[in-house]
Each structure stands twice: as structure tokens, then as C-alpha cells.
Ligand binder design. Structure first.
Ligand code: HT7
Ligand code: ZN
Length: 862
């Protein structure tokens, strides 16, 4: 497959001001007739060639200006016409079989309904079209289909007419007044019901809102509707953005490759991000629905009104929209905990990407398959990069920058450069050096050292950006860091300031707050970097207990545990060193448990140990390789030590939190704390933990408690485990999303026999490779289970490689998403590295690999 390069961008030779489409819908046979009004693009090189992208299509008929035409050829899967004039009307008919489409791109069938997914290049699976984001067109669509099968017919924009035809066929016409790229096209036909409401915009326009689902799911849609209304209001208040159609439809489908899709006026959602009630969804699921509804809604401006010129600019819409949804969720759920959660995600998903063979800048330079670039780097690091601009400008000036961006580029297909320039002009920032964040991959490391001088602290910061594939040498980037210097002796809290490290090495003079300075740095995680500092244990314990910045407290606690665990897993600690490390962590944990000023949500964050993936990353630095087995053992031992040492304190906290009711404002925090404590007891006193978890499971009046208890039980070899797993299954066997949890809990478990269990689960009648949620619920969970995936004999790697090979012909996009887990082989100890690499080589030799999987495997082996 050819490599596509950012530098090769040229505007398309033709404009397509209007597109008309007729769909004669059937699950096995859908006929599509598309009529394109085309005009020469005055801003492009003149050409008679009109290349229309196709993928797996055959033209049934082609006509030009009303007459059948033979003046076209197929070039690979594209249809190429030669057009003599400056404007023409092209009509092309194609026939599709949606039920045979297992890729879930283009038009496909899901549970008897028909729906589309066009981003990034799915529209070309529906009709021949210039399927690129810089070709904007106004769409008028007629849908026809059997009314009994598809009582609801939806498309982008407004419903302009509908009626009944002959033989049980009905029809609907839709017009979307906003010019849009083909990737934002959507259509849905099915037997759906809506939870309907209205939203009155800031200038008093009434917008009809509908969340469409299958009838049995209707009772679980209120949270989605509320989330949508909150998002609409927040975007008006925070970014001054008003919705621009009279109708906003959301449809939930159970077969979907990603979370959701922001099609203009007709969002299509994975059911996972629509349906939620107390009995079936956890607190985290509720937050997920709210966050994804917000994200897709915010795309209406950052993505739809202003779209991307080409797919290399993906972070223009995704990074910015992730930042917008993070800020929204911070306002809805509380800033401190949300920030910690977002950083945890960044470290778990993006830092490993930046440190591995698939590292790429947030604005990549080349790709073979764009679907592989919907990454944590483009999304989450992209959001962090824009967040840094906001930190440097301050919220008001940043808002002036985004106002200018929306004004200047409304209706355009823009670039990241356009965004940066608007922020420079609107917010008054100078971002020439900052642009390196868009060009350079890799997570910068900042080494910190400090010295007392002239009654102050001299902070020396040195930055390095590690080499990444294709980028051996990196230049210094501006790194904004919020810092403060506290005093450990007096407990005085220093004043915070923002410093920006611009050179390879720089010093900063900071005032003292007292005689024993402790530097608190990267507060609020202002920059997506790794801080290398050598704080002693007492300093970390002090920061964990006393820093006035919540993130810095969390960070100190993470660092305390991380330093101990990495040293222990690397064999750098003797028995005394091990014991001292555990004692310090237990002391810090005790202080957190008894801190009456903390709410339980934050307490739970502070009590959470660094994940094994994060420890893996920290251990694999320089020439040192990660040893997943040693990390796992040390972390389990630490949990045991905490459970034993703090038994009384943890029991007291558990008893208090267990008494907090579901609807109590403190309920969420209490539920989080309870599950953490049960997990600690599972390591220190498994029998007791089994009784406790079984009791929690039986008494639960909500999914958070039930799932938390079952998670603990799944890791224990106890009769309570099987009984509760069965009870859970029996209760929820008709609910796909909850059965996904049932698969995930087992695949993620700490049970020593997890590989055999996953193998058996793959044979369960409810398991299918055709549904991405189900595949992810079992195998993505397993690939994220360090103990199972990194089994010393390589059986975990083999299992995931087998999944990739089996899934690739069915759903290449989802198959390719499993490759990065094996791609980390270079950073792991040699025996496991060899086993992982061998599996990648086995995949690479398979015949007929998709472009998606081929690209990921080749890059992982390079
Ligand atoms: N913009 C959407 C991306 C998306 C997607 C991409 C490739 C294949 C399937 C997909 N489904 C949705 C989602 C978003 O970021 O909002
Ligand atoms: Zn998005």
C-alpha cells in the first residue's frame, strides 16, 4: 500500500457544490444513486480528470449531464472521468449489500437496522466521490424503504418531506443546509424510538433533540438527554458556540468501531456511550456517556463548521475537541479528580505510544491507512498541547484566540497552522518555537535539580526529547510548568508561578517559603512531560500530605510508590530497603485515610497505586528493560503490606463508606474507596476479601458496587467467585453492555488461571468476533491484563496474535488496534521480547493482510 505524505497536499481540481442522493434501502440490497454537481476549482491546477474514490464498488451506471456515459475508467478502485467543460452533473448508481459488510465502515446492518460510518474513508464504500475532507458539499437525500422494517428514516440536516409510496414502501427527504465533507454524511433506517426534548439556544431558537434507541433501551436514555442539554449550554457559556440546526438526532447502535461519530445533525453512537441507569451502568459509565455526548456535540463547531483540510490535520478537530470535553467534564464533575483521570489515561495510552515504534507527532507526516492514526497521540496529546497554549495565555486570552479561530475559519477546511495562528493573533501569544510540539514525537523528559542560593532556590531544568522513528535529533520545546516552593519544616505553602522552559537547559530563581524547601513542579500537569527528579522520601510524603495542588499531591503519592516498586522490581533494594519503602508508603497512606479535609473521590485517587503499565514505562528507561513479572509481584506484595499494616484503618474507612447511600452527594467517592479497599484486602487476606466482596455484591443496589465486588472476586480462587459470576450473568443475560462487563471482569482478573478462562470464554455462546464491543470486552481487556498477557511462556502473546489474524478479514480496523500491545517488545526483557517479536513476524507472513494491520505490524517490526 502506498505511503501518503502531508507535504504532498494539493487542492482537489473540482468543487462539488451540491450532492443529491437516493437510497433504495434493503438489508441485503441497497441501491444508491448519487448526483454530483461539479465545477472546476479556480484555486487548483486546471484538469479535465475527475477522480472519484471508491472502495469495493462497481458502477452500475454512469451518466454525465443527463446522458449515459462511457467516458470513464476504473483506476484501481477509483472511477476516473474525463470532463471537457467547467461544470457538469454526474450521476452514478451503485449497489450495496449492507448485511455482508462486517467492517462497519460505509453502510452496514446492525440488529436489523441500517446505519453508516463514513469517517475517515467510509463514504467511498457507499458511492464514488472525492472522499477527502476539503471537498465540501450541500447534501439533499431521499431515503426509501419498507416501512415495517424501517419505520424511522434519518439523515443529516432537516427532514423536508416524507410520505408513503406503494407496496409498504415509505420515503423521507432530508436537506442539510451546511456544506460538509463526505466523512460527516450519515443515514440511519430502523425500528427505533426516541427520548425527545428541546433546547432553547442563547438567542431563543428552539432545537428538537432526540436520542433514538431500540424500544427496550428507552428507559436508559435520560442521562444521555441531560448530558446533551448540559453540553449545549456549556458550549454557549464557555466558548460562545450556538447550535445551528433545528434538530439534533443521536442514534445508538450496538455494532460500532469506536465510541461515537459527530455526523452533522445525526450523531451515531456506540450504545455504550448512550445507555446508562443505576442498575446497569457504573459511575464511570455515567461519566463516559456525559463525556462522549459532549465530545460529539462540541465537534459541531470544532470539526464540522470548521473541518480539516486533510487527515494529517486530524488533531485540529480531535485534540481541540478532547480539550473542550475535558474542560466540560472538569466543570461537571470537579476539576481535581478529572485532571488526575485524564493524566492517568495519557500515561497509560499515550506515553507508551510515544516511547514505541508507532510514535508519531500530533500532526503526522505520513501514513498508509488513516484509521491507524486515530491515536492517543492525536487525541490526548493533541489536547495537552492546546491546553499548554491555554495555560500560557490564561483562560480569557485563550478564549479570545478561539473566538478568532471560529470567526476566521467558519465554513472552511483548515489546518493546525491556521489554529496556531489564530491563537497567536487572538490570545497574543508568540508560538513560533511552540510549533515544534506539532512536529516532534516523543515525550520530553525534564531533569530537575535545585540549589539554595542568595536566600532563594535556584532551579536548574534540563530537557531532552528522546529519538523516535524517523526523528533522531530533537530541538528544545517550550515547556510551561506551574511551580511553587513549600517548606517541609514549617509547612508553609509557597506562591505558585508559571515558568516556561525554552532552552535545553535553563535556571529559574524562586523565593523560599521557609528553611527546608520542597519544590512542587508541573502542578496541575501543565505540560505532558516526564519529570526526572530525585526527591527524598520525606519530601514526597510531605507533598502527598500537604501540597495545596491536588494533582501535585496525587503525583507525590504516585512517585513514592513508583520509585519503590521500580527499584524493587529492578533488584536494587535489599530487605531493609524494601521494608523502609513499604513503611513510608503505608505511613503516607495512613495520613491520607485519616485526612478529614479530603473528600472520598480524591482520597480514592491518592490511594490508587500506579498501574502496572505505568510502572512498566518507568522501568523501561535508558538501557533498562521492563520486567512485567517482577513488576506484578512487587506491586502485589506492596498491596499485601498495605492491607496488613493498615488493616484497622482500612476496615474503619470501609465501614464508614459502606454506610453512604447511592444518592448521597458523597456516594460516588465512597463507592470508589470501597472497591480500592476490597482490592487491598484481596492481596492481604483473600478469604476475608472474598466474604467482604460477596457481601458487597449481594447488598449492592447499583452497578458500581456490584462490579467492584465482582472484580475482586474474579481474582480469587473461591466458591464465591463462581456463584456471583453466575448470578451476574443470569441477571443480565439480555443486556449486551452488561454481558460485556461480565467478559471484561474475567479477562482482566488477577486469577492465576486467567488464560485458560479467556480461552473458554471465547467458546461461550455469547461471544462473537463480529461485534467490536464484545471482542474488546474479552480480548482488549486481556491484552491489558499484564499478568495474563505477559505470561512467561508467551501464551498470552500467541492468543492476541491469533485474535489479530482471525479478526483481520472481518474487521481490519479493530484487528489493527491489537497490534500495539505486541509492538512494545523492544522495551521488555529479552525472553519475552523474543516471544512477542516472533508473534509479530508470524502475523506479518500471513496472506492477504489488511492495509490497517499490515501497516501496524510492519512499523512495529521496523
Ligand atoms: N471523529 C470520530 C472518529 C470515528 C472513527 C474513525 C475511524 C473509524 C471509525 C470511527 N468512528 C468514529 C469520533 C470522534 O472522535 O468523535
Ligand atoms: Zn472526536
Amino acid at each position: 500500500p502506498p505511503v501518503i505524505r502531508r507535504e504532498d497536499y494539493t487542492p482537489f481540481g473540482w468543487l462539488v457544490p451540491q450532492t443529491g442522493m437516493r437510497f433504495e434501502l434493503g438489508v441485503e440490497n441497497t441501491r444508491v444513486t448519487a448526483t454530483l454537481k461539479v465545477e472546476r476549482n479556480p484555486e487548483a491546477k486546471a484538469t479535465q480528470e475527475l477522480r472519484l474514490n471508491g472502495d469495493g464498488l462497481k458502477p452500475d451506471a454512469v451518466s454525465v449531464d443527463g446522458g449515459a456515459s462511457d467516458d470513464w475508467t476504473m483506476d484501481g478502485s477509483d472511477l476516473v472521468l474525463t470532463l471537457p467543460g467547467t461544470s457538469h452533473e454526474i450521476t452514478i448508481a451503485t449497489t450495496l449489500n449492507p448485511s455482508a459488510n462486517t467492517t462497519l465502515m460505509g453502510l452496514y446492518a446492525s440488529n436489523g437496522m441500517l446505519c453508516t460510518q463514513c469517517e475517515a474513508e467510509g463514504f467511498r464504500r457507499i458511492t464514488f466521490f472525492p472522499d477527502r475532507p476539503d471537498v465540501l458539499s450541500t447534501y439533499t437525500v431521499r431515503m426509501e424503504g419498507p416501512k415495517d422494517q424501517f419505520p424511522i428514516l434519518l439523515c443529516n440536516g432537516n427532514n423536508t418531506a416524507s410520505g408513503d409510496g406503494d407496496d409498504g414502501i415509505h420515503w423521507a427527504e432530508w436537506h442539510d443546509p451546511w456544506p460538509k465533507p463526505s466523512y460527516l454524511f450519515a443515514l440511519v433506517a430502523g425500528d427505533l424510538v426516541a427520548n425527545s426534548d428541546t433546547f432553547t439556544t442563547m438567542i431563543g431558537r428552539v432545537v428538537d433533540l432526540n436520542v433514538w434507541v431500540r424500544a427496550e433501551d428507552l428507559p436508559r436514555t435520560d442521562h444521555a438527554v441531560e448530558s446533551l442539554k448540559k453540553s449545549m449550554k456549556w458550549d454557549e457559556e464557555t466558548f460562545g458556540r450556538e447550535y445551528d440546526l433545528d434538530l439534533y438526532n443521536i442514534v445508538a447502535v450496538s455494532d460500532f468501531n469506536m465510541g461515537a461519530m459527530e455526523n452533522k445533525g445525526l450523531n451515531v453512537f456506540n450504545t455504550k456511550y448512550v445507555l446508562a441507569d443505576k442498575d446497569t451502568a457504573t459511575d464511570a459509565d455515567f461519566d463516559g456517556v456525559e463525556g462522549v455526548i459532549a465530545h460529539e456535540y462540541f465537534h459541531n463547531w470544532s470539526g464540522n463548521r470548521i473541518t480539516c483540510r486533510d487527515w494529517f490535520q486530524l488533531s485540529l478537530k480531535e485534540g481541540f475537541t478532547v480539550l473542550r470535553d475535558q474542560l466540560f467534564s472538569q466543570d461537571m464533575q470537579g476539576e481535581a479528580v478529572k485532571r488526575i483521570e485524564d493524566v492517568r489515561i495519557l500515561r497509560a495510552a499515550q506515553f507508551p505510544e510515544d516511547a514505541g515504534p508507532l510514535a508519531h507527532p500530533i500532526r503526522p507526516d505520513s501514513f498508509r491507512e488513516i484509521s491507524n492514526f486515530y491515536t492517543a497521540t492525536v487525541y490526548n496529546k493533541g489536547a495537552e498541547v492546546i491546553r499548554m497554549m491555554r495555560s500560557m495565555a490564561g483562560p480569557e486570552r485563550f478564549r479570545a484566540g478561539t473566538d478568532l479561530y471560529f470567526d476566521r475559519h467558519d465554513g472552511e477546511a483548515a489546518t493546525c497552522e491556521d489554529f496556531i495562528r489564530a491563537i497567536e493573533d487572538g490570545a497574543g501569544l508568540e508560538l513560533s518555537q511552540f510549533r515544534r510540539w506539532y512536529r516532534q514525537a516523543g515525550t520530553p523528559r525534564v531533569a530537575v535539580s535545585q540549589e539554595l542560593k542568595d536566600g532563594g532556590v535556584v532551579l536548574t531544568l534540563k530537557q531532552t526529547v528522546p529519538p523516535t522513528p524517523g526523528q533522531d535529533v530533537k530541538a528544545a520545546m517550550p515547556i510551561p510548568l506551574r511551580v511553587a516552593v513549600h517548606c517541609r519544616e514549617t509547612g508553609a505553602i509557597g506562591e505558585e508561578q508559571l515558568i516556561v522552559l525554552k532552552l535545553d537547559e535553563e535556571t529559574f530563581n524562586l523565593p523560599l517559603a521557609g528553611p527546608v524547601p520542597v519544590v512542587s513542579i508541573n502542578r496541575g500537569f501543565t505540560a505532558p512531560v516526564i519529570i526526572d527528579r530525585d526527591l527524598d522520601r520525606d519530601d514526597l510524603v510531605f507533598l502527598a500530605a500537604s501540597d495545596d495542588d491536588s494533582f501535585a499531591r496525587y503525583e507525590a503519592m504516585q512517585e513514592l510508590a513508583l520509585k519503590h516498586l521500580v527499584a524493587a522490581a529492578s533488584g536494587d533494594l535489599d530487605e531493609a530497603g524494601r521494608a523502609a519503602g513499604k513503611t513510608a508508603i503505608c505511613d503516607a497512606m495512613r495520613a491520607i485515610i485519616s485526612d478529614a479535609d479530603l473528600d472520598d473521590s480524591m482520597r480514592a485517587e491518592l490511594m490508587t497505586l500506579p498501574s502496572e503499565t505505568y510502572l512498566f514505562e518507568a522501568m523501561a528507561t535508558g538501557t533498562r528493560k521492563a520486567d512485567p513479572g517482577a513488576i506484578h509481584n512487587e506491586r502485589e506484595q506492596l498491596k499485601t503490606a498495605i492491607g496488613v499494616t493498615l488493616k484497622r484503618e482500612l476496615e474503619g474507612l470501609y465501614a464508614r463508606t459502606a454506610d453512604t447511600g447511592y444518592d448521597d452527594p458523597a456516594g460516588r467517592g465512597a463507592r470508589k474507596v470501597k472497591t480500592i479497599i476490597a482490592g487491598l484486602f484481596a492481596a492481604s487476606d483473600p478469604e476475608r476479601a472474598a466474604i467482604m466482596a460477596a457481601r458487597q455484591f449481594d447488598a449492592a443496589d447499583n452497578m458500581t458496587d456490584r462490579q467492584g465486588a465482582l472484580m475482586v472476586l474474579c481474582g480469587l480462587a473461591t466458591p464465591e467467585r463462581d456463584a456471583r459470576l453466575k448470578a451476574f450473568y443470569d441477571r443480565y443475560q439480555d443486556n449486551d453492555l452488561v454481558i460485556d462487563k461480565w467478559f471484561t471482569l474475567q479477562a482482566l482478573s488477577l486469577h492465576p488461571d486467567v488464560i485458560r478462562q479467556v480461552r473458554e470464554l471465547a467458546q461461550h455462546p455469547d461471544f462473537t468476533m463480529k461485534n467490536p464491543n464484545r471482542v474488546r470486552s474479552l480480548y482488549m481487556a486481556f491484552a491489558g491484563n499484564p499478568q495474563g498477557f505477559h505470561a512467561a511462556d508467551g501464551s498470552g502473546y500467541r492468543m492476541i496474535a491469533d485474535v489479530i489474524l482471525a479478526l483481520d478479514p472481518i474487521n481490519p480496523q479493530t484487528a489493527a488496534r491489537f497490534v500495539p500491545s505486541l509492538g512494545r517488545w523492544r522495551r521488555i526483557e529479552s525472553v519475552r521480547a523474543g516471544l512477542m517479536k516472533a508473534e509479530l513476524e508470524r502475523i506479518s507472513k500471513a496472506e492477504g493482510l489488511s492495509r490497517d494491520t499490515f501497516e501496524q505490524v510492519t512499523r512495529s517490526l521496523d
